[in-house]
Design a protein around this ligand. Structure first.
Ligand SMILES: [Zn+2]
Length: 413
């Protein structure tokens, strides 16, 4: 099969206004919190000696929780949640979790949700019920018509109740007519769309705002060098560093959303299956690693990739990941090794092929996709790699499109 069944999950957070008294709901939330804490305490004590399985958790806690007045699925949510808290605290070497906030995870068997009438009924302990009116703009809720919900979190915060509803929708994939390969690196995102014949039909580049982000990063590092030990404690300096860090985060999210949206929109127009590099393997890929600036690292790249994938899925487009190893060092025509020829241009020592670094990467991603997923295991038609004397963009007769007209600069510097 081609990867996992794609599913979209989103969380819809809304104000929830209790109808009538909220005493029982508050009582439930307190009871729930204390029950989670009780399980956390005992698992924390027991676990260094022996890891507890879900079955053992059930045996240890189920009847006790039920005797406290919880429903069957409450009990399950409580010990599963408590165990996950312990696991994550142990995982990062933290201390035993102490719960203060009032919040409860509720399984779909223990609530009734009516989004048409914005009404929520929660089943509480000892067969109590709480009815709540949900408050959210119509158009935010409208989007989730036809989605299924399977869990929610009720929270009490600053005197207000909130409900976060987990919704999901299976993605019914569009039948692809073309293939879009996306190569992400530090300077730009390059995409190439291939027809089933292997012919390249569209090439586009989005410049990344990395220079802008780097400027903030360099500023931070300079200050930290000037006050190597004390910067944290000097009033004003710490705050300024925080501000620059926040700027960097905003720029990167903003960019990732925009570019993810633009790429997915184009993929929809061409009915493309979207081919991305397999994230898990990027770390091992030294060639690629060098193409990223160490100071900004892979997180920026991961963020863009996340947005591209998300936006594509939301448009019912299939997303496929392929191993990126060698995509920027292998000749797309003969498989020989490519070496740097000029700035951003690679050349094959064996057959003399030359091509733009990023375009070469997209061709190789496409070839990997074809090899991996062509029907009956027969490799599909290889893309028409250009002859050595052709233009170095790596694309026959498409130089203008590749290098200028569609060279989109989202962030003018
Ligand atoms: Zn070659």
């Amino acid at each position: 099969m081609r990867g996992e069944e794609p599913v979209l999950v989103e969380v819809l957070k809304m104000r929830a206004l209790p109808e009538g008294s909220c005493d029982k709901l508050l009582e439930f939330l307190r009871l729930y919190r204390d029950a989670v804490q009780l399980v956390v305490d005992r698992v924390w004590r027991a676990e260094p000696l022996k890891k507890l399985s879900k079955r053992e958790l059930h045996k240890l806690f189920y009847s006790e929780l039920v005797s406290m007045g919880f429903r069957a699925h409450h009990a399950k949510e409580i010990y599963v949640y408590a165990k996950s808290l312990v696991d994550s605290a142990r995982g990062n070497g933290g201390r035993k979790p102490i719960l203060r906030k009032l919040s409860a995870r509720v399984d779909k068997y223990d609530y009734k949700l009516d989004l048409d009438n914005m009404a929520l009924t929660l089943k509480l302990h000892n067969d109590y019920e709480a009815k709540l009116k949900l408050v959210a703009p119509r158009e935010r809720v409208e989007k989730f018509k036809g989605w299924s919900n399977y869990e929610l979190v009720v929270k009490y915060e600053d005197g207000k109740f909130w409900a976060s509803i987990y919704l999901r929708r299976a993605v019914k994939l569009l039948k692809p007519r073309t293939t879009m390969a996306v190569d992400l690196n530090f300077d730009n995102a390059t995409l190439a769309i291939f027809a089933p014949s292997g012919k390249l039909v569209r090439l586009k580049r989005f410049k990344t705002p990395h220079r802008k982000m780097l400027a903030h990063r360099i500023w931070i590092e300079r200050i930290q060098r000037r006050y190597p030990r004390s910067w944290r404690f000097i009033k004003g300096v710490g705050r300024a560093i925080e501000r620059h860090g926040e700027r960097t985060r905003n720029i990167s999210w903003d960019y990732a959303h925009k570019v993810g949206d633009l790429i997915a929109e184009l993929a929809l127009r061409y009915r493309s299956v979207v081919v991305l590099e397999d994230l898990e393997r990027v770390r091992e890929n030294n060639k690629k690693g060098k193409r990223f600036n160490k100071r900004l690292g892979l997180w920026f790249y991961r963020r863009i990739r996340f947005c591209v994938e998300y936006e594509a899925r939301e448009r019912d487009l299939e997303v496929i990941k392929v191993d990126p190893r060698g995509t920027s060092s292998t000749c797309p025509r003969c498989g020989g090794k490519l070496v740097e020829y000029e700035h951003r241009v690679l050349r094959c020592g064996k057959c003399g092929f030359t091509g733009d670094r990023d375009v070469v990467a997209t061709i190789n991603l496409y070839k990997k996709y074809v090899l991996k997923y062509s029907r009956c295991g027969v490799p599909g038609v290889a893309p028409n790699a250009p002859k050595p004397d052709e233009d170095p963009s790596g694309v026959r007769g498409n130089k203008g499109d590749a290098m200028t007209s569609s060279y989109m600069n989202l962030y003018e510097s």
